[in-house]
Design a protein around this ligand. Structure first.
Ligand code: SAH
Ligand code: SF4
Length: 420
């Protein structure tokens, strides 16, 4: 989402203010830092990076701090780093070309509604188009700062989404990547008078676009994975067969304390429904360890889900207390060392699972969409089910689909050769 917000800012600044993106910040007239605040570490990093930018920037160059940390720290950023020229919160992105001219401006209204704003066009990839389908989040997971930085959930009208996808496809893009905090809750609330379209219907409408070959999305919420959605996912050939299912914890008790709205059993039920309808689908997840009150038994439940599901990819984090969240006040804190040890156990179990899965990969053939040049004359891309593959080749493969036979295995990337 931050990447897409950055693209929107670049688009607005290019069209309205004549800016261009350059590689070397020391030569820039404007330095924008788009921040995350989901965990604490990026916030610390912001202030150390700001100091570095301020020292090396061109005289007179402006610095703007944008994104979720801008939303939640607001003016404090300028107090701590007085050389910052403006602060622009997530969900206020469309104001970029205006705040630029107001020194010390702080625009962080989390109720600001940009859901119908038609941003100018800029895409960092000519092959894949990120498209926002909703802004904000209506859930109240007790660990999460996002509802406080991105505000209430508003869906972007489907007509705007389809128009954006069409435009990207006309420009040569073959894959769209739909973005939102709860994509499968799409249609919950529109700001204008709008036909109630749910996520499955949005997917059906998008898949009618001629020339659009692949549709991906993130993040769906396990709570909203109803049968209609799983069926649409499984049977619509344009939807890439990789599902992100953010588990967070395998313990029903911890899930309750997190206010996730589902149980261990519901999560497993949805996974097995998906696996039975769509055996080729890969599944990725997010897991938090060391949430307040997480006992050894609770953690065992998380490991149990890992063993039952055998995720294809996990993003795992140690719980990080965040301001203005409910869990910040929970007193049954898990010892830092215990949390670190659990993270290590979780990640090594994941490595075992991935290594075991990879033993059957050699010789398999995947249809790969090539997107990126790597060093040493390799080009990489993804299979429909999100497996990253590289082959020897050059830029003529970029933006192309090829059948690739896997010849050697790595944990994060497989190597292959083009067979057709
Ligand atoms: N809307 C998405 C998540 C967005 S945040 C969803 O509900 O799945 C991305 C991930 O960061 C979360 O899935 C969670 O695993 C992690 N995360 C969020 N807040 C966190 C915190 N306080 N500490 C550690 N990890 C956190
Ligand atoms: Fe945060 Fe929960 Fe919303 Fe995801 S669903 S953004 S974890 S509050």
């Amino acid at each position: 989402m931050n990447s897409r917000d950055s693209e929107h800012m670049i688009a607005e600044l290019r069209e309205k203010e004549n800016y261009e993106v350059i590689d070397n910040f020391a030569e820039a007239d404007l330095i924008l830092i788009n921040t995350c605040s989901v965990r604490e570490r990026p916030v610390h990093k912001l202030f150390s990076e700001l100091g570095g930018f301020n020292k090396k920037k061109k005289p007179g160059a402006k610095i703007g701090v944008c994104g979720c940390t801008a939303s939640h720290l607001g003016e404090e950023i300028i107090k701590r780093a007085p050389y910052v020229n403006f602060v622009l919160g997530a969900r206020n992105v469309s104001k970029i070309s205006e705040v630029l001219h107001r020194d010390k401006a702080v625009e962080i209204d989390i109720n600001y509604d940009e859901s119908e704003f038609a941003f100018n066009d800029f895409r960092s990839s000519p092959y894949k188009a990120y498209i926002n389908i909703s802004i904000g989040c209506d859930k109240s997971c007790t660990y999460c700062i996002v509802p406080k930085t991105r505000g209430d959930e508003i869906s972007i009208p489907d007509s705007l989404i389809i128009q954006e996808a069409r435009k990207a496809v006309n420009a040569g893009v073959k894959e769209v990547f739909l973005l939102g905090q709860n994509v499968n809750n799409y249609g919950r609330r529109f700001s204008g008078d709008q036909e109630k379209v749910n996520f499955s219907e949005l997917l059906r409408r998008l898949s009618k676009i001629e020339g659009l070959e692949r549709i991906r999305f993130t993040s769906p919420h396990p709570f909203h994975m109803d049968d209609e959605f799983i069926e649409e996912f499984s049977t619509n050939p344009k939807i890439c067969k990789s599902m992100h299912m953010p588990l967070q914890s395998g313990s029903t008790k911890v899930l309750q304390d997190m206010k996730r709205g589902y149980t261990k059993e519901w999560f497993l039920n949805r996974v097995f429904k998906l696996k039975s309808m769509c055996p080729e689908a890969t599944i990725s997840t997010d897991i938090i360890v060391g949430f307040p009150g997480e006992s050894d038994e609770d953690f065992e439940d998380t490991l149990d889900v890992m063993k039952k599901v055998k995720f294809d990819q996990i993003f795992s984090f140690k719980y990080s207390p965040r301001p203005e969240t409910e869990a910040e006040h929970f007193t049954n804190v898990v010892d830092e060392e215990i949390a670190s040890a659990r993270l290590t156990v979780l990640q090594s179990l994941n490595n075992e699972i991935i290594d075991e899965k990879n033993t059957t990969q050699t010789g398999k053939v995947y249809r790969v969409y090539f997107e990126e040049l790597l060093k040493d004359y390799f080009v990489s891309g993804k299979s429909d089910n999100n497996i990253i593959v590289k082959v020897k080749g050059s830029d003529e493969l970029l933006g192309q689909f090829r059948d690739v036979k896997i010849t050697s295995i790595g944990r994060t990337i497989l190597t292959g050769e083009v067979v057709a």
